[in-house]
Design a binder for this molecule. Structure first.
Ligand SMILES: [Zn+2]
Length: 459
C-alpha cells in the first residue's frame, strides 16, 4: 500500500473523527488499519480486537479497517456490533494486543470515527498523530493474516453483572437512544432483579427518537416522562457508543456527572478508605469537598477522557470521572469508562445510600451554576489568552488553580476558563451559592475576557 494522507481535521486529540464521504472514507479506515497494525507489530503484538457502533456507515468502515490490519499480518478479532466499552472489555477478555472501535460516539448520524487502544491503554495526543505520520510515509509493515470472529457478548454481560449487589426491588427506566448500547442494555436489564422499562433499545443509526447524548437535557425528555408516568426509582440513559451515562432521579431531575460521582464515591471510599478520586476541572467544588468529607483524597485534573485515564493509572486511583459523564472504575474493574458498568455501580450506590435518589440530590449543598459557556477564539490566541488571564489574576493575588486553564476561587464560588482541546473556543463555567454571587463571578469572567480582546457575548 502506498502512502496515505488523512484530512487535516480528522486526527484529533482523543480520537479520529470525520464526516463520512467528505473528510472520512473507507480508504482512511484501511490506512488506519495498516498504521495501527504496524504499531502493534513493532511492539511485538499480533492480535487486535475490532468492534463497531450502530451507525449506517460503520460496517463498511469496519471491513476496510480489518483489511488494513490483515495486510499487516495482524489478526483482527472481530466482535461485531456493540458499545465502545464492549471493545475495551474484549481487549482484556481476549488478551489482545490492542483494539479499534469504529464509532462516531454522540455526533450527528453522518459522522464516524475511531477510538484506539494499544496494549491495554487508550491512545491520545501525539500517538494519534503518529498514525498520520506512518501513513504519510507509507511506512507500513506487510504480512498476511485471516480475521477471526469472536462472540464476547455473553461474557461481557456476565462481567457487568458480577459486581451487582444493589437492591432487588428497583423500578428502572432505561434509554439507549437507539445507540450501540441498546442490546447490552436490554440484556443487562433482563438479568437484573426489579422492574424494567426500556426505551429506544433498538439500534438505529439514524437516531429517530432523540440524539444519543444524555448530557443534553432535551435528550432526556422521553426518559423523564417514563420515570414520572411509571413512578420509577430512577432513569438511566447512554450515549451513542455507551461510554457516557445519564441519570434521572425519581422526580425526573437529572444528576450530572459530578453529582453521580459523589454518590458513587461513597461506595468506593467505604471499601478503600483514603483513596484518591479524580475529577476534571469542570466539576463542582461540592464534589471535591464531598470526597474530602468522606475521607478520600480529591484530585482535580485536566478535562479529556484519555488524560483522566492516564492520571488515574499514575495515581493508582480506583475511581475517576468527568462532568461529561465518562466514569472510570479501576475499583473491581479495568479502569476504563463503561457506562453500563457505571449503571450497575450506581444501583449498588443507591442501595448503600438507602433513600431515594431525589433525597440524595436534595442532600447536596444547593448551588447555582452557568451551563458550559463557549467563546469563539482563534486557535493561536487560545493559549496566550489563558496565560494573560492567569498572570493578571496572579498579580491581583487571586486564588488560581492552573491545572487546565484557570480555575479561580472567589468568595464561596469559582469560575473556570480553559481552552477547548477540540474546537476554536474558550470554555467557561461559573458556580456560586446564589444568583447574586453568580452574577458577580460572571462579571469577573467577562472583564478578563474583554481585557484580552475576547468578546464575552456568548457563542
Ligand atoms: Zn461516547
Amino acid at each position: 500500500m502506498t502512502a496515505h494522507r488523512f484530512d487535516s481535521t480528522v486526527l484529533r486529540e482523543y480520537d479520529i473523527r470525520g464526516i463520512v464521504g467528505q473528510t472520512l472514507r473507507e480508504a482512511d479506515a484501511r490506512a488506519l488499519g495498516r498504521a495501527v497494525g504496524t504499531v502493534v507489530r513493532r511492539r511485538g503484538g499480533s492480535r487486535v480486537a475490532v468492534c463497531y457502533d450502530g451507525r449506517l456507515s460503520s460496517p463498511d468502515m469496519e471491513a476496510a479497517l480489518v483489511d488494513g490490519l490483515s495486510a499487516c499480518g495482524v489478526t483482527a478479532l472481530r466482535i461485531g456490533m456493540g458499545p465502545t466499552p464492549q471493545l475495551y472489555f474484549a481487549v482484556h477478555h481476549l488478551d489482545a494486543d490492542g483494539g479499534v472501535m469504529v464509532t462516531g460516539s454522540h455526533n450527528p448520524p453522518d459522522y464516524n470515527g475511531f477510538k484506539i487502544v494499544i496494549g491495554k491503554q487508550a491512545v491520545f495526543g501525539e500517538d494519534i498523530q503518529a498514525f498520520g505520520s506512518l501513513a504519510a510515509a507509507g511506512d507500513f509493515e506487510a504480512g498476511e493474516a485471516a480475521p477471526e470472529d469472536h462472540d464476547v457478548f455473553e461474557a461481557y454481560i456476565e462481567r457487568l453483572l458480577q459486581d451487582f449487589d444493589g437492591p432487588s426491588d428497583l423500578k428502572i427506566a432505561w434509554d439507549a437512544g437507539n445507540g450501540a448500547a441498546g442490546p447490552a442494555m436490554r440484556k443487562l436489564a433482563e438479568r437484573l432483579p426489579g422492574e424494567h422499562i426500556l426505551l429506544f433499545d433498538d439500534v438505529d443509526g439514524t437516531f429517530p427518537n432523540h440524539h444519543p447524548d444524555p448530557t443534553v437535557p432535551r435528550n432526556l425528555e422521553a426518559l423523564k416522562e417514563k420515570v414520572l408516568q411509571e413512578g420509577c426509582d430512577l432513569g438511566l440513559a447512554f450515549d451513542g457508543d455507551g461510554d457516557r451515562i445519564g441519570a434521572l432521579d425519581n422526580e425526573g431531575r437529572p444528576l450530572w456527572g459530578d453529582q453521580m460521582m459523589l454518590l458513587l464515591a461513597r461506595d468506593v471510599l467505604k471499601e478503600r478508605p483514603g483513596a484518591t478520586i479524580i475529577a476534571d476541572v469542570k466539576a463542582s467544588q461540592i464534589l471535591f469537598d464531598g470526597i474530602s468529607e468522606l475521607g478520600g483524597r480529591p484530585l482535580m485534573w485536566k478535562t479529556g477522557h484519555s488524560l483522566i485515564k492516564a492520571k488515574m493509572l499514575e495515581e493508582s486511583a480506583p475511581f475517576a470521572g468527568e462532568m461529561s459523564a465518562h466514569l472510570f472504575f479501576a475499583d473491581r474493574f479495568y479502569g476504563h469508562d463503561d457506562a453500563l458498568y457505571a449503571a450497575v455501580r450506581l444501583l449498588n450506590a443507591l442501595g448503600t445510600w438507602g433513600g431515594s435518589l431525589a433525597a440524595f440530590r436534595d442532600s447536596l449543598p444547593q448551588v447555582v451554576n452557568t451551563p458550559e459557556l463557549r467563546f469563539p477564539c482563534p486557535e493561536e490566541r487560545k493559549k496566550p489568552v489563558i496565560e494573560e488571564v492567569r498572570s493578571r489574576l496572579a498579580a491581583a493575588g487571586a486564588e488560581v488553580d492552573a491545572t487546565d486553564g484557570v480555575r479561580v476561587r472567589e468568595g464561596q464560588g469559582w469560575w473556570l476558563l480553559r481552552a477547548s482541546n477540540t474546537q476554536d473556543v474558550l470554555v467557561a463555567r461559573c458556580e456560586a451559592p446564589d444568583e447574586e454571587s453568580l452574577a458577580r463571578l460572571r462579571a469577573s469572567l467577562d472583564e478578563q475576557l474583554s481585557l484580552s480582546g475576547i468578546t464575552s457575548k456568548e457563542h
